[in-house]
Design a protein around this ligand. Structure first.
Ligand code: KIV
Length: 275
């Protein structure tokens, strides 16, 4: 017996088929509650390893583990029904060999039920991407600024702002596309280059600090909601939730201290005896 939901989830091939079509809306989420809100509006929910910085206050994404990603991936799957959920492979879980990448990706797919994984790197990851895709793992690639490489690149700087630097980024994007990635995130890349890359590959490009010409866009939810204290230039704040949360918690604290909360409507009276 099978139990079918009346709502069909979007799949990696559905997203792949959106090349050049209606822009793909992607947003990060790490929790069931925010996932259920994002699910109403987004095509793809990314359980990004940015959760290390956003949820855990880490300086970089380097310390994030596979177990952390799987825990939040499961929460996001429980909270969503329609969007394709993509879970990031964290630093150290896939770079050593294609076999290591496969075993980590299998854990992510089996233990979360998500529809795809994302990994960082271009040419150097092409062989791994091909190996995963041939074995049933849909891969979203990530080129341009790759935050997991912070210790070798030195800073979170935009890439390709000198035309002389375009070559390697173009080769990376072509390599992941040819290896079978169903889409590619292009992060913090000069606008004309991101536009050119979008025209150069047959898979959807998802921009973050890239170009309006990309086939889709992604932002970190907390950044666009105004909850992150510092955000990169490419973030547009669509909300200012920080002051609202601050006021709500200040009001709660004041009412607890003055015994205004809980009021009579927030406590349980005794049952009225029958008869
Ligand atoms: O980890 C993340 O949230 C990401 C996006 C910024 C693309 O990789």
């Amino acid at each position: 017996m099978s139990v079918q939901s009346d709502m069909r989830r979007l799949t990696a091939p559905d997203i792949r088929a959106r090349k050049g079509g209606e822009p793909i809306v992607m947003l990060t989420s790490y929790h069931a509650h925010t996932a259920s809100i994002a699910d109403k509006h987004c095509d793809v929910i990314l359980v990004g390893d940015s959760l290390g910085m956003v949820m855990h206050g880490l300086e970089t994404t380097v310390p994030v583990t596979l177990d952390m990603m799987i825990l939040q991936g499961r929460a996001v799957m429980r909270g969503s029904r329609r969007a394709l959920v993509v879970v990031d492979m964290p630093f150290g879980s896939y770079e050593a060999s294609k076999e290591q990448a496969f075993m980590s990706a299998v854990r992510v797919l089996k233990e979360t039920g998500c529809g795809a994984i994302k990994l960082e790197g271009g040419k150097r990851m092409a062989e791994t991407i091909r190996f995963l895709v041939e074995r049933g793992v849909p891969v979203m690639a990530h080129v341009g600024l790759t935050p997991q490489s912070i210790n070798t690149i030195g800073s979170f700087r935009a890439q390709g702002r000198d035309e002389a630097d375009w070559g390697p980024i173009e080769q990376d994007t072509l390599a992941v596309s040819q290896a079978g990635a169903f889409s590619v995130v292009i992060e913090a890349v000069a606008e004309p280059l991101a536009r050119k890359l979008t025209g150069a590959v047959p898979i959807p490009t998802i921009g973050i600090g890239a170009s309006n010409a990309c086939d889709g866009q992604v932002l970190v939810m907390e950044d666009m909601l105004g909850l992150s204290p510092r955000v990169p230039k490419f973030v547009k704040r669509y909300g200012e939730l920080g002051p609202g949360i601050d006021k709500a918690i200040a009001d709660y604290a004041a009412e607890v201290r003055s015994r205004a909360f809980p009021g009579p409507q927030h406590v349980y009276p005794m049952k009225v005896p029958k008869g």
